[in-house]
Design a binder for this molecule. Structure first.
Ligand code: 5GP
Ligand code: MG
Ligand code: MG
Length: 179
């Protein structure tokens, strides 16, 4: 495993993200929505650094069907609180192709949100990407498969306090173990 962003760097990145979000909204109340499951670690750290009044909700987006390749993207909003006429901030772990953020934006807008902004910890720098961009990004990273700080491989590694690149042999060993 190769550490890409260590604990100290993550803390600084999240603090910077929070300052940018605070500046954008000032003291306007927001509804902040965690995209399950990958954003849970970031979410807990981020919302405690935001100073405006917040309602907190969750939504689930799953596209990685047990691997490192994306499968069909499914959004589950059954547990989401009411977002009608609210200023919504969506928090996700990583912006890769942008399909997840684009679909979440459309669905929350269709639910009547007054505005939808998006914040992500990581944005992969890659060629094919949706035209929709996240509003707030803590770190840009190369196009490699990363785990830790909420991000998983086969639901493992979310607990790591850093972001790391999984080596091919670790991918193979993990799927042999839990897959
Ligand atoms: P997108 O829809 O932008 O292509 O992908 C977003 C979702 O794919 C993320 O929320 C995350 O669940 C998953 N994903 C994309 N890249 C990575 C990665 O490098 N590592 C992990 N663990 N998940 C990723
Ligand atoms: Mg995700
Ligand atoms: Mg995943």
């Amino acid at each position: 495993m190769r550490i890409l962003i260590d604990e100290t760097q993550l803390a600084a990145g999240v603090a910077k993200l929070a300052r940018e979000i605070d500046t954008r909204y000032s003291d306007r109340p927001i509804t902040v929505v965690a995209v399950l499951t990958g954003s849970v670690v970031l979410f807990a750290d981020l919302i405690r650094r935001l100073s405006m009044p917040q309602r907190v909700g969750v939504i689930q987006a799953s596209s990685y069907r047990g691997g490192t390749q994306a499968g069909e993207l499914v959004i589950d909003a059954k547990m989401l609180i009411d977002v009608k006429d609210r200023d919504v901030l969506v928090v996700d772990d990583i912006f890769d192709t942008g399909a997840t953020i684009a679909k979440l934006r459309d669905e929350l807008t269709a639910m009547g949100a007054a505005s939808v902004a998006t914040a992500v910890l990581l944005r992969k720098v890659r060629e094919e990407q949706h035209s929709v961009r996240p509003d707030f990004v803590a770190f840009e990273i190369p196009d490699e498969f990363v785990v830790g700080y909420g991000l998983d491989y086969l639901d493992m590694y979310r607990n790591l306090p850093y972001i790391a690149v999984l080596e091919p042999e670790e991918i193979a060993a993990t799927s042999a173990q839990v897959g």
